[in-house]
Design a protein around this ligand. Structure first.
Ligand code: ZN
Length: 332
C-alpha cells in the first residue's frame, strides 16, 4: 500500500482522458477504480499481514493488537476516517463479553460517507484474528483470513480513489475488520448488538473469509468462488451479484454450500451470519476448505494471487453496485 501515488495518477489520468471526450457515467467509472486493485499490492500486503511479526493474530494477544494498529495506519495513510469520535478506529469489546480466558479485544472500523443517501450503509467485512501459536509453530493464517483482510484494504483504497476523483458514491461504506471470529464470531456478535449506526440502516454485508486458495473439488477448474447466502434474504442481491459477475469477472459462482441441507453449514459459520440474523442481506465469499486449513502450513506462498485479485474485484464491483444503484436493495 505504500505505492499509492502511482495508482492514483493512473486512475486520474484515465479518468481525465475519458472525461475529455464525453461525460462519464457512474457505470463507466467502476472499471477505472477496480483496476487500482492490483495483484502486486495484494501480494505485498498479504506477505506482511501473514508474517511471523503478527504471531498468529490470536484474539486479545499482542500479535492481534499489532495487526489492529497496522490496519488503523493503513486507513490513516489512505485518508479514510473512522466512523467513531476522536479518530478512534477501534471498537472495544470487553472481556466480560468474550469466552473465559480471552482478553479485551477490538474490531477495526473505517468509513466513507455517501453523498446522496449517507444513512444507508453497505458493510464490507472480514475477520483479522487467527489462532495464534502452539508454542512451537506460528499459525500465519494466510488464507484464513489475511486474504479477506487485504482484499478489504484494496477495496477501500479503490473507493477512496473514486471519492478523491469526485465520482459520487451515493451510499456510505463501512469497512469492518472483525476480531474474535475464531473464538466463535464474537466480533460480529458485538457489532450487531452495539452497532455504530442504527442496525436498520445497514443495507447489506459482503463478508470475505478465505478467498486465496483452491479446494480439491476445483483442482481442474480454478476460476471459481463459493457464494453462500446471496438469495436468502434478498433476491435482488442475488441477481445483482450474478449480473456483475457476468459483466466483469466471469468467475464460476459455485452455490454448492448455499444448500440448506449442506452438512457443513457454512452459512452459520462466519461473521455474516450475525448480520443475516438481523435481517440484513449478506453474501459470504469463500474458497472452501483445503489441507492447510487451521494448520501452521496456511502460509503466503500457497496463495493464488491472480485468483485472489479476481475475487477481490468481484466483491468490489458488487459493493459498487450496492452503493450506487438508484434504490436500496429490498429484503424479500
Ligand atoms: Zn476465517
Amino acid at each position: 500500500m505504500k505505492n499509492i501515488i502511482i495508482p492514483i495518477l493512473i486512475a486520474t489520468s484515465l479518468f481525465t482522458a475519458c472525461t475529455s471526450t464525453k461525460k462519464i457515467k457512474v457505470e463507466d467509472t467502476d472499471t477505472v477504480f477496480a483496476n487500482t486493485i492490483t495483484v502486486e499490492e495484494l501480494k505485498k500486503d498479504l506477505y506482511y499481514f501473514a508474517s511471523d511479526a503478527f504471531e498468529g493474530r490470536e484474539t486479545g494477544e499482542p500479535g492481534q493488537k499489532k495487526a489492529a494498529e497496522f490496519l488503523k495506519s493503513e486507513y490513516q495513510k489512505l485518508g479514510i476516517q473512522s466512523p467513531l469520535a476522536d479518530d478512534n478506529y477501534f471498537q472495544k469489546i470487553p472481556k466480560s463479553f468474550l469466552p473465559g480466558g480471552v482478553k479485551e479485544t477490538e474490531n477495526v472500523v473505517a468509513y466513507i460517507e455517501g453523498s446522496e443517501y449517507p444513512n444507508e450503509i453497505v458493510v464490507l467485512s472480514a475477520h483479522y484474528d487467527h489462532i495464534g501459536t502452539n508454542g512451537v509453530d506460528i499459525f500465519n493464517g494466510a488464507d484464513d483470513d489475511a486474504s479477506g483482510t487485504v482484499a478489504l484494504l484494496e477495496i477501500a483504497e479503490a473507493f477512496q480513489q473514486a471519492k478523491k476523483n469526485g465520482t459520487p458514491l451515493k451510499r456510505s461504506i463501512l469497512f469492518l475488520h472483525l476480531t474474535a471470529e475464531e473464538k466463535g464470531l464474537y466480533g460480529s456478535k458485538w457489532y450487531v448488538e452495539n452497532p455504530i449506526f442504527p442496525i436498520e440502516n445497514h443495507i447489506a454485508d459482503l463478508n470475505i473469509d478465505m478467498i486465496g486458495r483452491i479446494d480439491s473439488a476445483h483442482e481442474n477448474n480454478e476460476n471459481y468462488i463459493y457464494l453462500i447466502g446471496s438469495d436468502k434474504l434478498s433476491k435482488e442481491l442475488h441477481f445483482l451479484s450474478e449480473e456483475v459477475n457476468t459483466k466483469y469477472t466471469n468467475l464460476q459462482l459455485d452455490y454448492t454450500y448455499n444448500d440448506e441441507n449442506d452438512p457443513n453449514r457454512f452459512y452459520y459459520r462466519s461473521d455474516h451470519y450475525n448480520f443475516a440474523k438481523n435481517n440484513i442481506p449478506i453474501i459470504f465469499y469463500f474458497n472452501g476448505v483445503h489441507e492447510d486449513y487451521h494448520k501452521a502450513t496456511d502460509t503466503p506462498e500457497k496463495i493464488n494471487y491472480e485468483l485472489l485479485h479476481k475475487r477481490t474485484q468481484l466483491v468490489f464491483y458488487t459493493a459498487w453496485e450496492l452503493v450506487n444503484r438508484e434504490e436500496r436493495i429490498k429484503v424479500d
